[in-house]
Design a binder for this molecule. Structure first.
Ligand code: ZN
Ligand code: ZN
Length: 259
């Protein structure tokens, strides 16, 4: 799949590639999540802090009032910071009951991140559960097994025009990941360059293990922590390509992948 600068009809746009609190706080990379346009639907995944700003500063502009769905992989702030403003946008301030919010249950309970008064605005709030198929018009996606992360977390897998696309969200490594994320395009959250035992995030060695097992057509690294930025993600991606024989690239803010 070509990585294009120009927007095509069906695409994934990275509104952010920040992956840890200091990268987010300092906005060394943006934290706006992923915008997906496919099968006539517009979806935002994990609208973190600044997502709304990234939509309006995008060229061409992305219009959040045209969203059909918001998917939250988990409630951590770098993923959910702008979810409430996105719900307002999708429903035009609550005046149009429209759109679906897909979210783990714990984002609504115990320290909820979705404001109570907004919950009646969308057409539906659908709970993400393990290994479940969801439908948004013609667009089908599946949730992963539960990730190993401090809060309820799922990755997702889309099928768009016969191409499978995996979004591997925050998790500690475990071998079952490789089974679910057997996809053509695999987007992987790689926070660390070196292993950090005891912290539930992937490092480069985990990413290499997954990529070598899955062998996607293209792997895209994203969600970078401070140390990852210091060792330059594009250089690490190049090294990973050489080791694995798989086309591996590092995402950058504003990167668009045509589908
Ligand atoms: Zn995160
Ligand atoms: Zn997280």
């Amino acid at each position: 799949m070509p990585v294009r600068k120009k927007r095509s009809e069906e695409y994934i746009k990275f509104l952010g590639t920040a992956g840890a609190r200091f990268v987010m706080i300092n906005q060394l990379r943006a934290s706006g999540g992923l915008w997906i346009s496919a099968a006539g639907k517009n979806i935002i995944v994990d609208p973190g802090p600044g997502s709304i700003v990234r939509c309006s500063s995008s060229r061409p502009k992305l219009d959040p009032t045209k969203l059909d769905a918001i998917i939250l992989t988990h409630k951590h702030l770098d993923h959910s910071g702008d979810i409430n403003v996105m719900i307002e946008a999708m429903t035009e301030g609550g005046f149009k009951k429209r759109g679906i919010v897909f979210t783990p249950q714990d984002a609504l309970e115990e320290g909820p991140v979705i404001l109570q008064y907004l919950r009646t605005f969308p057409e539906q709030i659908v709970l993400l559960k393990e290994k479940t198929e969801y439908r948004l018009g013609d667009l089908v996606f599946q949730s992963s097994i539960k990730h190993i992360h401090p809060v309820e977390t799922y990755g997702i897998k889309f099928d768009i025009n016969g191409t499978s696309i995996g979004l591997l969200s925050d998790t500690r490594y475990f071998p079952e990941l490789e089974e679910f994320y057997k996809t053509d395009i695999l987007i992987i959250s790689v926070v660390f360059n070196e292993p950090h035992p005891g912290i539930d995030h992937l490092c480069l060695a985990d990413a290499e293990r997954i990529i070598t097992q899955v062998r996607p057509h293209k792997a895209i690294l994203t969600h970078f922590g401070m140390r990852m930025l210091q060792v330059k993600p594009h250089i690490q991606a190049e090294l990973l390509s050489q080791h694995s024989g798989v086309d591996v690239v590092a995402a950058y803010d504003g990167m668009t992948v045509g589908l």
